[in-house]
Design a protein around this ligand. Structure first.
Ligand code: TXA
Ligand code: MG
Length: 318
């Protein structure tokens, strides 16, 4: 072992690779959110992800790859824009859904004939993928239905102290990857995310929304315990609710990137502080604003089937 190999970070990386090879789970940072990873070729290991998250087994997982050269081993790129998009946007917050190659486990795809693929940009994710040398299946490292983690501490709060977490600090993007479906006759958008849709549309043309896929596409998926009120005038809405004796905070960000980076951590912090209502204004519906608004609208849905809280509603009466 060289001296460089014995740093705590290098030892943690070695341990993570050993765990993955052993069929165990490893939580790791990406530039979007923390993922809970398993060796994507190992069906038993992948099943452990669903057990740890409490997630239904028919929900497909994203396979994380070290680089785009691995793309063809997992998905069918012929006749699609996959290679063009991969060249342009990987590593980065973009997931491509392609028809899957034979041999991709059903546990990964939820039995679908497609597979989601992404090359993450975070240096720790990159180091892990290179050291492991194969695909790592990973959903966000939260319990099913909860807010995605953007700090190593969040992962432990979600999944308990026993989960092995590579700590890469706070996630720089803060919302999940943009997902584009290239498996059909025309590309569709499955989830707005960290890569602005406009950047994809500059190459693909207009991207219509695709069919819904659980879970990141279900209303209420990102619900925090604190009620989230969407308002066109946060100050006025907050003043009204404070007047009713509620504990109120306003969600803010200096710009969209800052807003996205802090969004999930702020939702968690409100729960910890016991805040009754968090008031937020929607961002402009472009760039990262689309992803922010998508997550805000889901978080504002306190219970599936119930209307989101809007101006004039009183969350204490729900
Ligand atoms: O930024 C991200 O994408 C993070 C990091 C860890 O990479 N991952 C993430 O994974 O958000 P997850 O499982 O929380 O959300 C992945 C979404 C789900 O909504 C899933 O349904 C969709 O991707 N998905 C995965 N494979 C798919 C497929 N073959 N077809 C359609 N949707 C798919
Ligand atoms: Mg998720």
């Amino acid at each position: 072992m060289t001296p460089a190999d014995s740093t705590p970070a290098a030892r943690a990386l070695d341990e993570a690779v050993r765990l993955l090879q052993n069929g165990d789970l490893v939580a790791f940072p990406t530039e979007t959110v923390y993922g809970l990873g398993a060796a994507a070729r190992d069906p038993l290991a992948v099943r452990r992800i669903f057990a740890a998250k409490g997630r239904p087994a028919d929900h497909p997982l994203i396979v994380h790859l070290p680089d785009a050269t691995a793309l063809d081993a997992w998905g069918v790129t012929e006749g699609t824009a996959a290679v063009v998009l991969a060249d342009r946007f990987w590593p980065g917050p973009l997931t491509l859904v392609l028809r899957r190659r034979p041999g991709v486990p059903d546990e990964v795809t939820g039995g679908l004939d497609t597979v989601g693929l992404r090359v993450p940009a975070h240096p720790v994710a990159q180091a892990l993928l290179r050291a492991f040398g194969d695909g790592i299946a990973a959903p966000s490292a939260n319990r099913f239905g909860r807010v995605s983690p953007t700090l190593a501490r969040h992962v432990r709060e979600e999944l308990g102290p026993d989960v092995f977490v590579l700590d890469g600090g706070p996630c720089a993007v803060g919302v999940e990857s943009t997902i584009v479906d290239l498996s059909g006759p025309t590309p569709t958008l499955l989830r707005p995310g960290g890569l602005p849709v406009e950047a994809l549309e500059a190459i693909l043309g207009h991207l219509p929304p695709g069919g819904t896929r659980a879970p990141g596409t279900l209303p209420g998926h990102y619900s925090p315990r604190t009620s989230l009120l969407l308002s066109s005038d946060a100050d006025a809405a907050a003043a009204r609710l404070v007047g009713k004796g509620l504990r109120v905070e306003i969600l803010w960000g200096t710009d969209e990137a800052d807003h996205a980076r802090r969004l999930y951590a702020e939702l968690r912090r409100m729960d910890e502080l016991g805040v009754d209502v968090l008031v937020a204004e929607l961002a402009e519906e472009r760039g990262l604003g689309r992803a922010i608004n998508d997550r805000l609208r889901r978080a504002a849905w306190p219970h599936a089937g119930e209307a989101p809280l809007e101006d004039g509603d009183d969350p204490s009466e729900r």
